[in-house]
Design a protein around this ligand. Structure first.
Ligand code: 5CA
Length: 437
């Protein structure tokens, strides 16, 4: 992609409305544009990152045995009356009337909708277990939308729902998601700590939030400081195996969100306890028969009895993760994208567009990089070199290749790693080798 043609409305000044670094950098890098309070337009650069995150989340769901569906954003209020949550949910729910004066709502979550699908389709234990997921927009009329996409009113969520014949099987499904979340966040370059959590309006008494420690996080959290030394789950998981040992390992140390934390009952002494703030990037729930009983989702068990299906639900804040990754990875100059979610792997800077030899070399490198399958953003604009470097640092692509008249004379280009700041003068071929290795 040529920057001369790309829609990337960057800003030099610090946006006054943004209180946290991820919001500031997303606005300055031209990733998003506010539509109204807590509602954002996603511009090309921002959308590319969100799609990469979405794809990693999707791959790990599929590996864990979940199947993708897509439910509507607009739901019928009648379903929510059946579960009793239509009145319970309160002002956070955006309620709408259609032209026939029927009560509709913009879904804040989908337990009712999925239970309705299930009860019309599955009648026997033989068709279990099932785990269905979607990646879909949600709306919650948050009282205080803030921090950009981190607490939006409209936001993208991966939500899935497990169905099992009994509690033991349901617990395995919960564990599978627990492990899939560890894998997902590790691939995104994040250290996310599972913490015992309150289930709130979703329900049930088994629940974990996945928390990325950050001063700007909205949740107050408490955990054993040794969690800081835990490495993410790098190896692929065998979802057919007993996953309890992995879950036990990750829950062997104390970790709780503020709702669940009781200072008097806390087993840690002062020098073991880390109390701080964090960003909730995922939340999983096992609530058994809460929705299946109220909404009549029964299946036949092997003995011929009708039993309510055991359910759990599992959420990841996909749009929130774009902000969370930036909170975890940036410096004074801008964003530092982990390779896995970077909008482009490489930025090429033509440092002197008016110099024919430089432009020829930059164009040639751009062509070769694309032919090698690299995702490239090529700054071919007639701007000052200093401004180009500053903008590349701001948008945080993992690699920068700068091509200018001085290097051309020596037969070299400069390659820089954004994360380490390390620069090297090498031949174009050596740079391509390094980038495609
Ligand atoms: N039904 C369950 C699981 S599918 C559920 O809705 N869980 S949740 O309420 O915890 O939301 C799941 C995830 O969505 C959260 O962990 C968080 O990462 C993200 N999320 C929740 N509210 C917002 C918001 N206002 N803005 C951005 N992301 C949000």
């Amino acid at each position: 992609m040529r920057l001369s043609q790309y829609f990337m409305p960057t800003r030099k000044e610090t946006p006054a409305e943004a209180q946290v670094v991820s919001h500031r950098l997303m606005l300055r890098a031209g990733m998003i544009h506010q539509a109204s309070a807590g509602i954002y337009n996603w511009l090309p650069l921002g959308l590319r990152v969100m799609k990469k995150i979405e794809e990693i989340v999707r791959q790990e769901q599929v590996l864990a045995g979940a199947q993708e569906i897509l439910m509507p954003t607009i739901q019928s209020a009648d379903l929510w009356r059946e579960s009793g949550r239509y009145d319970e949910y309160g002002a956070e729910m955006l309620r709408i009337k259609d032209r026939h004066q029927r009560d509709m709502l913009y879904g804040p979550t989908n337990e009712e909708q999925i239970t309705d699908i299930f009860r019309h389709s599955i009648k026997s234990y033989r068709d279990l277990p099932k785990n269905l997921f979607q990646i879909q927009w949600k709306f919650r009329d948050e009282i205080r939308p803030r921090f950009g996409v981190m607490r939006g009113r409209e936001f993208l969520m991966k939500d899935n729902y497990s169905f099992d014949i009994d509690e033991v099987a349901g617990r395995h499904s919960y564990n599978a998601m627990f492990v899939a979340y560890l894998r997902t966040f590790a691939r995104l370059g994040l250290k996310a700590i599972p913490m015992a959590a309150d289930a709130g309006p979703i329900g049930g008494d088994l629940s974990h939030e996945f928390i990325v420690l950050a001063e700007t996080g909205e949740s107050e959290v408490h955990c054993h400081k040794d969690f800081l030394d835990f490495d993410g789950l790098a190896e692929p998981a065998d979802y057919a195996a007993n996953l309890q040992p992995i879950v036990d390992h990750w829950t062997s140390l104390y970790a709780a969100t503020d709702d669940k934390h009781d200072p008097d009952a806390c087993p840690l002494n002062e020098d073991e306890l880390l109390s701080g703030r964090g960003i909730e990037v995922g939340h999983i729930f096992f609530f058994g028969t809460k929705y299946s009983e109220s909404m009549g989702a029964y299946v036949q068990d092997p003995e011929g009895n009708q039993v309510p299906v055991q359910m759990g639900s599992y959420g990841i804040g996909v749009s929130r993760l774009v902000g969370a990754v930036i909170e975890a990875s940036h410096d004074q100059a801008g964003i530092i994208w982990p390779e896995a979610v970077a909008p482009f792997k490489l930025g090429i800077l033509n440092l002197r567009v008016e110099d024919q030899a430089t432009t020829a070399a930059a164009e040639d490198f751009y062509k070769k990089a694309r032919a090698a399958g690299l995702e490239v953003l090529f700054d071919d604009r007639p701007e000052r070199a200093g401004a180009k470097f500053a903008e590349m640092d701001l948008i945080g692509l993992p690699w920068q290749v700068a091509i200018g008249p001085r290097g051309i004379k020596a037969g070299t280009i400069e390659i820089k790693n954004r994360a380490t700041g390390q620069r090297e003068e090498v031949s174009a071929e050596a740079a391509l080798d390094l980038l495609t290795a």
